[in-house]
Structures are given as structure tokens and as C-alpha cells.
Design a protein around this ligand. Structure first.
Ligand SMILES: Nc1ncnc2c1ncn2[C@@H]1O[C@H](COP(=O)(O)OP(=O)(O)O)[C@@H](O)[C@H]1O
Ligand SMILES: [Mg+2]
Length: 339
């Protein structure tokens, strides 16, 4: 992406960091790839830069007169994003290294990942065609989310732009710009940028007044919808007026069992109360769908073997991998429990 007039140039020094290029960004911030000359490693640096609200004089950022108050509010939120991020240490959800307050604004320094966003992947033709595509990708994210929920926070901005797929295929969840406590008032969303198609109806003020796991389950299911179809679901606001969500089964590859697609459709329910309320019920629903699909496609006696949770080696490598995903899913989220 281009820096426009706003991005800092390659070679710019921010203390021990040398900025190399622009990785991405939106209306609120820019993300640079940088080299840390003190620790000899690449890092990513996110600069608070609400383009509509500021002037930039060389490096220095200054809020426009009439936007000063909202700039200060946004900056405070950005700093709290960094502080919350430092608490995380999970393969899918890495914390921030440090916060630099300089040039009239602030910078979050974080690990740099070589990879492609899920949005770029689907733009380049990627589609999830079978359960393995879905589980190998979504299971680690679910595990990262359950880590976040244990810490008492929701992500509230899950989208294909905020999921980076590393070269080894493992996903990373980025962008804590909207992170907030579980159960926080939906009104606080007004301060954050909502991503149409992925933001839940309650984030636009419809129905449920609190944000929670159900809000992320909506976005997560929308990401699954996107992986399967290459499309975003219609924006929540238009769905509230007239729901034109196309059934997944009509758009999905035949390799995806309808029971699994139905779980994502339930996750995309307009009313928050109709979605799974917590991550364990959501994971259970996914696991059940996987079991059901496998036992239907396997030999009749294998359903019994599956139920007994044994003799996995009797199955084909593909079914074994899916079973393993289903078990891992359950184990990671609810250690020790098996159905
Ligand atoms: N740690 C990182 N490593 C590599 N690329 C990153 C990293 N963080 C962000 N990016 C890239 O920058 C883009 C914008 O980052 P993000 O944190 O989502 O900012 P914004 O709040 O502006 O959306 C991402 O979509 C991704 O392409
Ligand atoms: Mg983003």
C-alpha cells in the first residue's frame, strides 16, 4: 500500500528502530515494518494516525483545531490498546513489546510476521473446500480467543484483514484497536471503526446492549463464511432491515458438510441471543458437526468406534486428521473433557 503524504519515509529513525516500509493501515493508524538496531530483529510498528483528524509536519503529528478532543480520546484508546496487548502471550495472540510516545503521537512496537492476510488469500482465489481447511485454520484462532476470554477481554474486530496467515500456514490475530472487556456496553463501539459484514448487529446498536463472546462468534462465523465463499456476509445494518444472507449450503463446496455450515449460520444469527453464548458451546457445536459428518461418511460400525473414542488408526489419514482437530479443539478449550 502507498504511504500517501502521511506515512513516515523509509529510513526514518524512531529511537533504535529504522522504518523500512508500510505494511498496512486504515483510517486510524499506519503499520510499518522496521528494523530494531538494538536487538537486531525485525518488528512491526503501529503509529496512531487518524488521517482525517491530523496534520503532519515532517514527523510531527498535530490534531486539527476542531478535532483536538477526538484526537486525544483516540490516542488514549490507542495507548490502552498497547497496555492491554502487553498482557498477551499466546501463539495466535502476541503482545506488544513496547510503546513509544513521540512526534505528538504514539507507536506500538510488536512482533513482525511474514505472511499474508486472509483477505489477500481469498482475493487470490483461496476457498475452504473441506473440513480440514476450516479446522486447521479456525482451530488455532478459537484457541487464541479462548485465551483472550480467560483474561476477561473480547476482540470485537475479527475480520479477514485482521488475520495474518504465516508462511507455515498458522494464523495470527492482529489489531487490538477495538479490544474491550467482556460485557462492556455496546455504546463504546462508537469509538472504533466497524468492518462491514464482520461487525455484529449489536455493534451498530441493534438488540443486545452488551458486547461479549457472542459478538466475536458473529465475526468469527462471518470469517468462516468468507473463507468458504470468498464473500463477506451483507453488513449487519442491512440484514436488520432485510436479511439477504445467502444460505452457505448454496455457495459452499460439496466437501463441506451441511451440519458444519449450519453452525456458522447459527453464529451469524442477527439476534445475539440466538447465537452460542460462550466459546465452549460453540466449540462443542463444531465438534459435534465434525463427528456427525465423519460418522455418516465412515462405515456403519465406525460410529460406535468414534463414540468410544478409540481405534482412530482404523480410519483414513484424512479422517484421522479431522478427528484429531476435533479433539484438539475440545481439549484446548476445555482441558480434560471429552464427549
Ligand atoms: N505484526 C504485524 N506483522 C506484519 N503485518 C502486520 C502486523 N500488524 C499489522 N500488519 C499489517 O498491517 C495491517 C493493518 O494493521 P492493523 O493492526 O489491523 O491496523 P488498523 O487498526 O489500522 O486496521 C494488517 O492488515 C496487516 O496487513
Ligand atoms: Mg485492522
Amino acid at each position: 500500500m502507498s504511504a500517501g503524504l502521511f506515512g513516515l519515509p523509509a529510513g526514518f529513525r524512531l529511537r533504535e528502530l529504522e522504518l523500512l516500509s508500510i505494511l498496512g493501515g486504515g483510517k486510524r493508524s499506519l503499520v510499518y515494518k522496521a528494523y530494531d538496531h538494538a536487538l537486531n530483529r525485525h518488528v512491526a510498528v503501529k503509529e496512531f494516525l487518524p488521517v482525517d483528524h491530523v496534520r503532519r509536519d515532517l514527523a510531527h503529528v498535530e490534531a486539527r483545531q476542531e478535532q483536538r478532543e477526538s484526537f486525544e480520546r483516540g490516542l488514549a484508546r490507542f495507548i490502552s490498546e498497547a497496555r492491554i496487548m502487553t498482557r498477551f502471550n499466546h501463539p495466535v495472540l502476541r503482545g506488544a513489546f513496547s510503546l513509544i510516545q513521540e512526534n505528538g503521537t504514539a507507536y506500538i512496537v510488536m512482533p513482525y510476521y511474514d505472511g499474508t492476510t486472509l483477505r489477500e488469500m481469498t482475493n487470490n482465489g483461496f476457498r475452504a473446500k473441506n473440513m480440514e481447511d476450516i479446522f486447521s485454520f479456525l482451530l488455532p484462532i478459537l484457541s487464541g480467543l479462548s485465551y483472550l476470554y480467560n483474561a476477561g477481554y473480547g476482540h470485537y474486530c475479527i475480520s479477514p484483514d485482521n488475520i495474518l496467515v504465516r508462511e507455515d500456514g498458522t494464523p495470527v490475530l492482529l489489531d487490538f484497536g477495538a479490544v474491550g472487556e467482556l460485557g462492556q456496553s455496546a455504546e463504546e463501539c462508537l469509538l472504533t471503526e466497524l468492518i462491514p459484514g464482520f461487525a455484529a448487529p449489536e455493534q451498530y446498536g441493534h438488540g443486545e446492549t452488551c458486547l461479549g463472546v457472542w459478538t466475536d462468534i458473529y465475526a468469527f462465523s462471518a470469517v468462516a463464511y468468507h473463507m468458504v465463499t470468498g464473500l463477506a456476509p451483507p453488513p449487519a445494518v442491512s440484514r436488520i432491515a432485510h436479511d439477504a444472507l445467502k444460505p452457505l449450503a448454496s455457495l459452499a463446496s460439496p466437501g463441506l458438510p451441511s451440519a458444519l455450515l449450519e453452525v456458522f449460520e447459527r453464529g451469524l444469527a442477527i439476534e445475539a441471543k440466538a447465537r452460542p453464548r460462550d466459546i465452549v458451546s460453540f466449540a462443542n457445536a463444531l465438534q459435534e458437526a465434525a463427528y456427525r459428518a465423519i460418522s455418516q461418511s465412515a462405515r456403519p460400525e465406525s460410529a460406535r468406534i468414534l463414540a468410544a473414542d478409540a481405534a482412530v488408526s482404523a480410519f483414513s489419514p484424512r479422517i484421522r486428521r479431522i478427528l484429531q482437530f476435533a479433539w484438539n479443539l475440545r481439549e484446548k478449550i476445555h482441558p480434560g473433557a471429552r464427549t
